[in-house]
Unconditional design. Structure first.
Length: 142
């Protein structure tokens, strides 16, 4: 006698391996996602009298890093095109406030030149970003 159950195909889908793969991928993405956040490495000057920034979603930050590269948020731009880029950005914005972050080792003349271009673009308020020294900084200096 021949058993017909052995010769028939199983029509059910086994989703256990699929769930295993999806869970592994989820864990990998959860671990690697924070590492993918890019930022500009700037050693900000310290000030005890600094006010805290309001974290608006559409705040515009111009940065000058230690290599004298100028960045609008995270996009690099030359000083020759800074005013033009700011004019294009401000066409569609009512808020004309800008925050300037400059590395503490950048020459003063470079910072002033960038500030002049920002003001020439019609910026109403220009805020300078600094950092408040930590208690650990005080201990390290002593």
């Amino acid at each position: 006698m021949i058993d017909h159950k052995q010769n028939t195909l199983m029509s059910e889908i086994n989703i256990v391996p699929f769930c295993d793969v999806m869970l592994v991928l989820l864990i990998i993405f959860m671990v690697t996602a924070p590492m993918m956040v890019q930022g500009v490495d700037i050693a900000l000057p310290e000030s005890r009298q600094a006010e805290s920034l309001s974290m608006e979603e559409d705040q515009l930050t111009i940065s000058i890093d230690k290599d004298s590269k100028i960045l609008i948020n995270d996009y690099e731009v030359g000083i020759d095109h800074l005013r033009e880029k700011l004019d294009n950005i401000f066409e569609n914005r009512s808020n004309r406030n800008v925050f300037l972050k400059a590395d503490k080792d950048i020459a003063y003349g470079k910072v002033v030149a960038v500030m002049a271009e920002i003001k020439a673009a019609g910026v109403e308020k220009l805020g300078m970003v600094t950092r408040i020294p930590d208690e650990s900084d005080k201990i390290a200096k002593n």
